[in-house]
Design a protein around this ligand. Structure first.
Ligand SMILES: *[C@@H]1O[C@H](CO)[C@@H](O)[C@H](O)[C@H]1NC(C)=O
Ligand SMILES: *[C@@H]1O[C@H](CO)[C@@H](O)[C@H](O)[C@H]1NC(C)=O
Ligand SMILES: *[C@@H]1O[C@H](CO)[C@@H](O)[C@H](O)[C@H]1NC(C)=O
Ligand SMILES: *[C@@H]1O[C@H](CO)[C@@H](O)[C@H](O)[C@H]1NC(C)=O
Length: 646
């Protein structure tokens, strides 16, 4: 059976007018003012206790969902401090407030009340004030942290200090607080960190507020589900706390090498640091770790990947969430499930977080094998399992190059790609080191090509002098020589590896070769020759970034003989037709997405490229043969003319 416990969020509807799409204007109208939604998360328990489900106030809208794999029910009731006036929407009666002690007891937090009275905080609870109390539930006291219990038993921490850490000497209502506010408590100089998270969850020292803003005569009470540990917070900065931690010595050394201490000490910026513990970092290959530890830039890149520019409290995670780190194009996935309250990259985070005045520190033990800082391109290709290509690299005697040369880009063919090379060709590659060398060198560019610096029609020189590769970019899809570039590129310290699904071979034929050597294109050839009579108007078969939709003779014949003769007598119109078949960029069908349509500017009108089934269509014309790569562009054959009047 289900047993309730646990977590109740209080969400105030009025605050959600803009923020939350569960409630639209109509719902608000129906519910009126001061209606709060309570979400109750039900945890599986062994006891056959009935599900506790109380109906309060205006329970008009039940919605069931999951929070971290647990059933969650939500209902609406009057916000704390309000009552409904019968017959009117919303909750418009302001209840007469109780004092804090009464308020706490009404919330069922008897343990806190007992401890507070024991330590002589009678004033605070009954008459003094105003104060703000963060009151742990009785359950929270029952499941108090071992280290906290130990501190109490060993008198390192007195009950009075513990309780005073839950008291702020002024009145604080959560909607009047901003995230990352540090609150001074009655426990001498020690602070609490208040946070608001994107999903409306609010935390104090990363502990979730489960009922909030109970207004009492002499202050405000917020209910929390964990006893706050004064030792979790330190007035020091992140660097000092990392340096103190005996499990984080390597990470600490990296901070030193990266010269990032200054920014990690700043007071105006709040970070979450996920610092891998020494045991994990020691698992990195030896030369990789030492390379990182010796290099300012590499350490910095590594550290930035573990630095989040926001405050992340694990208790506030209620669903999968991907958060960008400060590392280049890098993000970390947080999630939670029924077993683990929170995970990062699928790993549980050790829960000993530390709160510092400029952020939060978690010691983490997740897998770092995907971290390529300090790895050479050769190591990366090894990691990627590109055994076929690496075999050829060895035959070519180029392994050294990949390990020592800097700033290179490898367009590395997958194993499958190499296996599908023509067998005699492959035989030559694998038996002739000179041949192998040319093959490999054609796949390496002399500069670093990343999705950030790629643009359509960019060319890069390969390791073969004078041989270039043409790059393409259609929307966010990238290609090289018309082949799709897998986005799974990996960056190492001396370059980048892009995976390709096909090997690259230099084109040996030109567009002109294709047309002139095939009788199916003789009419097109005649049209081109006709226009050559008018020098300024001939389609230029030069440059190397063109797409040609070449019509077959059949396509011309479909016009009928009269029309065909007319066109041949009207060179200007013929020119327009030919221009309509030419695009000044390389459009490979491999870079086009099946369900999208692409508006493309030809040398005359705009055309639309789309797919009908597996066929590529240009406007309504079917491409019957696609992607013939040539020295000066790419050719697609069409069986109809793409007429400009379209
Ligand atoms: C809700 O709708 C009413 C009329 O339908 C409009 O006057 C009012 O401004 C809306 N309120 C909000 C908060 O959008
Ligand atoms: C506190 O928040 C309420 C509601 O958002 C607002 O009306 C009020 O002015 C705020 N008070 C202060 C002191 O900021
Ligand atoms: C000529 O082009 C047609 C149409 O694209 C094609 O089917 C045929 O195979 C080509 N012939 C030769 C010899 O390349
Ligand atoms: C397309 O061709 C027509 C007819 O020759 C011409 O009037 C028009 O200017 C051309 N448009 C472009 C963009 O070249």
């Amino acid at each position: 059976m289900l047993r309730v416990i646990a977590t109740i969020f209080v969400i105030i509807i009025q605050q959600l007018v803009n923020a939350n799409n569960y409630y639209n204007n109509a719902t608000l109208q129906k519910y009126g003012k001061n209606v709060c939604t309570i979400e109750e998360v039900f945890y599986d328990g062994n006891n056959d206790l009935p599900t506790m489900y109380r109906e309060h106030g205006l329970t008009l809208d039940n919605r069931q969902k999951q929070t971290c794999g647990h059933i969650t029910l939500s209902r609406n009731e009057c916000c704390e401090g309000f009552k409904q006036l019968k017959g009117l929407p919303g909750c418009t009666i302001v209840k007469s407030p109780n004092n804090m002690l009464e308020t706490i007891k009404l919330l069922g937090a008897n343990e806190f009340a007992r401890y507070a009275m024991q330590c002589g905080l009678f004033d605070i609870l009954e008459i003094g004030g105003p104060y703000t109390l963060f009151v742990p539930t009785d359950e929270a006291f029952a499941k108090m942290d071992k280290s906290l219990k130990l501190a109490l038993v060993s008198r390192k921490l007195t009950t009075s200090e513990l309780i005073k850490y839950h008291v702020v000497p002024y009145r604080l209502i959560t909607h009047n607080m901003t995230s990352n506010t540090l609150l001074e408590t009655l426990n001498d100089g020690l602070h609490l960190r208040f946070n608001k998270h994107f999903n409306q969850v609010e935390t104090i020292n990363c502990v979730k507020l489960i009922r909030k803003n109970r207004i009492a005569k002499n202050g405000v009470v917020h209910l929390i589900n964990t006893v706050l540990n004064p030792h979790i917070y330190s007035n020091r900065n992140l660097v000092q706390i990392i340096n103190q931690n005996t499990e984080l010595t390597i990470f600490s050394k990296m901070i030193e090498t990266s010269r990032m201490h200054q920014s990690l000490k700043e007071t105006f910026q709040t970070y979450t640091v996920l610092a891998p513990i020494d045991n994990v970092l020691r698992k990195l290959p030896n030369n990789q770790l030492s390379r990182i530890l010796d290099d300012e830039k590499l350490s910095k890149e590594f550290i930035l990947k573990h630095l989040l520019p926001t405050t992340i409290c694990l208790s506030a995670i209620t669903e999968g969430q991907i958060i960008k780190t400060l590392g280049d194009d890098h993000s970390i996935k947080f999630n939670c499930d029924a077993l683990n309250s929170a995970t990062t990259q699928g790993y549980c985070i050790k829960s000993d977080l530390k709160l510092t005045f400029n952020g939060i520190l978690y010691a983490v033990n997740f897998d770092l094998s995907n971290y390529n800082e300090g790895k050479t391109v050769l190591q990366i290709m090894n990691d990627m399992g590109l055994t076929e290509f690496l075999q050829i690299v060895n035959i070519a005697g180029l392994a050294q190059t990949f390990d020592t040369k800097n700033m290179l880009t490898v367009f590395a063919p997958s194993n499958q790609a190499i296996k599908s090379i023509d067998s005699t060709e492959l035989y030559c590659i694998k038996t002739d080191s000179g041949y192998a060398k040319t093959f490999v060198e054609y796949h390496i560019a002399k500069e670093v090509v990343t999705p950030k610096n790629i643009y359509d029609n960019k060319i890069v020189e390969t390791f073969i002098p004078g041989q270039y590769l043409r790059l393409q970019c259609v929307q966010n899809t990238f290609g090289v020589e018309g082949q799709l570039l897998n986005l799974q590129h990996k960056v190492g310290f001396n370059g980048i590896v892009h995976l390709t699904n096909q090997v690259l071979m230099p084109s040996t034929i030109s567009v002109h070769d294709i047309i002139s050597k095939n009788n199916s294109f003789s009419i097109f050839m005649r049209a081109v020759n006709l226009l050559d009579i008018l020098p300024a108007t001939s389609p230029e078969f030069c440059g190397n970034h063109n797409t040609y939709f070449i019509p077959t003779n059949n396509a011309f014949k479909k016009l009928g003989i009269d029309r065909l003769i007319w066109i041949f007598n009207n060179p200007l119109y013929m020119r327009t037709i030919l221009h309509n078949h030419q695009v000044e960029r390389v459009l490979s069908t491999k870079l086009l997405k099946k369900h999208w349509q692409y508006e493309i500017q030809t040398k005359n009108k705009t055309i639309i490229l789309s797919h009908r089934g597996n066929k590529l269509m240009v406007n309504n014309v079917e491409v019957i043969e696609a992607d013939l790569m040539t020295t000066n562009g790419i050719v697609h054959v069409v069986d109809d003319l793409i007429l400009p009047q379209y």
